[in-house]
Design a binder for this molecule. Structure first.
Ligand code: 5GP
Ligand code: MG
Length: 175
């Protein structure tokens, strides 16, 4: 196991504390990256005592049983109006950084008043881009992890903890 339930909750509380400091009591729009960040979203927003809206954006780089990223596919149809709003983009994990690197400019084009990012996890020594997440709860080793929203082939999202997937639990490179 990489992080147990109590450790995750402490990390989410830490993130929420940083976010409360950044925005004081100003209204906030939290945009969560589907699907991996929905568990984090649910826990995080309940610790933010500000007028808050939730928006969703889908970004998919892993197909089915892949554990290496492919081309990024983005769907932004579920976003509320962002123009003039303080926006916090929330994702489960910052790995190569390509997802944030693609999403931030797309959201910036919608004219938010401000735009920052928060992730639960960040993998060591994997970054391929210059963009940095503004808030990170945990650094983790370079292993494929599941649980607390993170999936492998759509399974394991409901685990309350975060664990590395062992090689024998993967189907090999089917696509
Ligand atoms: P990046 O674009 O930063 O390389 O990767 C970010 C996205 O890739 C995350 O939103 C997540 O969906 C996926 N991802 C990266 N590493 C992992 C991992 O170890 N496990 C799982 N389940 N997804 C990952
Ligand atoms: Mg994701």
């Amino acid at each position: 196991m990489i992080l147990n339930e109590a450790e995750i909750q402490a990390g989410v509380a830490r993130l929420a504390g940083e976010i409360r400091l950044r925005y004081a009591r100003r209204p906030l729009t939290v945009v969560a990256v589907l699907t991996g960040s929905v568990v984090l979203l649910a826990d995080l927003i309940r610790l933010l005592e500000v007028p808050l809206r939730v928006g969703l954006i889908q970004a998919r780089s892993y197909r089915n049983t892949a554990t290496a990223p492919g081309p990024l596919e983005i769907h932004a149809e579920l976003l509320p109006a962002l123009s003039g709003h303080d926006v916090l983009l929330v994702d489960d994990i910052f790995d190569t950084g390509r997802t944030l690197e693609s999403l931030l400019p797309q959201i910036r084009r919608l004219n938010p008043k401000s735009l920052h990012s928060a992730v639960l996890l960040r993998k060591q020594e994997r970054q391929q881009v210059s963009v940095e997440p503004d808030h990170v709860a945990f650094m983790i080793p370079d292993e494929f992890v599941v649980g607390y929203g993170l999936d492998y082939n759509d399974a394991y999202r409901n685990l309350p903890y975060i664990a590395a997937l062992e090689p024998h639990e993967m189907d090999g490179d089917s696509n």
